[in-house]
Design a protein around this ligand. Structure first.
Ligand SMILES: C[S@@+](CC[C@H](N)C(=O)[O-])C[C@H]1O[C@@H](n2cnc3c(N)ncnc32)[C@H](O)[C@@H]1O
Length: 416
């Protein structure tokens, strides 16, 4: 059988989807394991898998509208049809290329069925899907927690790739960079650019900035300027460590993962910033003293990052959210012991699950009466501060400017 051009990346896209949907891996991790493809082909495989995941429920509705019997969710035919339709809808692949690269993927299988479904749908004409549905369980959970407006905003946001945010060590550099390179600055030391490849951006080697969603930069901004000794828990790859070091704090950064700490070390070298690094488990490590401020950016379901990582919505099953929240409560109790009297404890998660945010802090305050919520603090751009000293970033915030990752942040103070 003659080889069909462009088959390699399509095959790899199927492998990526299998890794995400069946084995619970992240797209980035699975993509790192693809071998034998050129960089552009590997990029195409990742784009096909990513665009498929951005609109999976809508692709399935299309497929179901053209089959008499519902294809099983994990069948090869459904997987191939999903990726073929995503290419047509999101990547503008011409019809003949969609069909020619899909059929060999089901050789020895339901080739006629796939051909028939694709033919029907392509003849019918496929419109863009500008507000794709989120997975049904996520829509139910988020509608209950945040209401329909937030879910509708999330639908609009998952359809497109988000802009790229940079955090600068120095605000004058940020403002000059925004002017020179056509970016916008939504906060001090921040520049937002249209999506671009990081390595191609001017000034990468000079080390004056690093990539960090604006929402992810908010927790470190809430550490008081006069806190001298600051500890950053769960610190790697170090976006917040770099902010704290650039702001002039004396920073200790801890992470349990040696390899992620290696990336933090490289980041500090590139940005010419300094912090003491500790490879340790926060649950067992003992510091020699207490700190003026403690930042805990806890491991979480990361559902707030769905714009960049659409697969999080499939990985964050209720059992995973449950086990995350157990770990978060333990990490927070541990972090609290290291806050000196009058000191500040900032807790953050890039999650849109109340179980990992509001509920963790509510239960912590009931268990630890020596802590209270801090006074209202300076509002991050566009955000209303809740009276309890907490920030909840929902989809829809700053949407016209390109949106933000979903986040929860609380700033607590040790009263005695
Ligand atoms: C959300 S990421 C941190 C992102 C980081 N704060 C930043 O701004 O770049 C969570 C980190 O927690 C680390 N981690 C998870 N459990 C840990 C534990 N028990 N002790 C220390 N680090 C842990 C992971 O290795 C991971 O790097």
């Amino acid at each position: 059988m003659p080889s069909v051009e462009g088959l390699g990346p399509r095959r790899a896209a199927l492998q990526l989807l299998d890794a995400v949907l069946r084995r619970g891996q992240t797209l980035e991790f699975a993509a790192g394991r693809i071998t034998g493809l050129s960089a552009p082909d590997a990029g195409l495989a990742l784009a096909i898998a990513g665009e498929t995941l951005r609109r999976l429920p809508d692709l399935d509705l299309l497929i179901d509208s053209a089959t008499r019997q519902r294809l099983p969710d994990d069948s090869k035919a459904r997987m191939v049809l999903r990726t073929a339709l995503a290419q047509k809808i999101a990547l503008g692949t011409p019809d003949h290329a969609v069909v020619a690269t899909a059929l060999p993927l089901v050789d020895g299988g339901p080739r006629r069925l796939v051909h028939g479904v694709l033919g029907t749908l392509l003849r019918r004409g496929l419109s863009r899907v500008d507000e794709p549905k989120l997975p049904a369980e996520v829509e139910k959970r988020w509608t209950g927690a945040w209401g329909t407006a937030a879910v509708e905003a999330a639908r609009r946001q998952i359809a497109r790739r988000p802009p790229l945010d940079l955090t600068f060590a120095d605000d004058a550099d940020a403002q000059a960079y925004a002017t020179e390179h056509g970016g916008i600055s939504l906060a001090p030391r921040h520049v937002r650019l249209a999506s671009a490849s990081v390595a191609d951006l001017p000034g990468y080697d000079s080390g004056g900035w690093w990539v960090q969603d604006l929402a992810a930069s908010l927790p470190a901004r809430l550490i008081p300027a006069d806190a001298q000794d600051v500890i950053d828990l769960c610190a790697a790859p170090g976006g917040k460590t770099m902010q704290l070091a650039a702001a002039g704090h004396r920073v200790t950064a801890i992470d349990a993962s040696e390899s992620r700490l290696g990336r933090l070390r490289e980041n500090l070298q590139r940005t010419h910033l300094d912090a003491e690094l500790v490879a340790a488990d926060v649950l067992t490590w003992l510091p020699g003293h207490q700190f003026d401020a403690v930042l805990l950016d806890a491991p979480c379901s990361a559902t707030g990052t769905f714009r960049r990582h659409p697969e999080v919505l499939y990985r964050a099953r209720p059992s995973i959210i449950d086990s995350n929240s157990e770990l978060q409560a333990k990490l927070l109790d541990r972090a609290a012991q290291w806050v000196g009297p009058g000191g500040i404890l900032v807790y953050s998660v890039c999650s849109l699950e109340p179980q990992e945010g509001e509920e963790i802090i509510g239960a912590f305050l009931r268990r630890n009466p020596e802590f209270g919520v801090d006074e209202p603090f300076e509002a991050p751009p566009g955000q209303t501060i809740l009276s309890e000293g907490q920030v909840r970033i929902l989809p829809g915030l700053l949407e016209a400017e390109g949106g933000l990752d979903g986040f929860f942040i609380a700033r607590l103070v040790r009263k005695r």
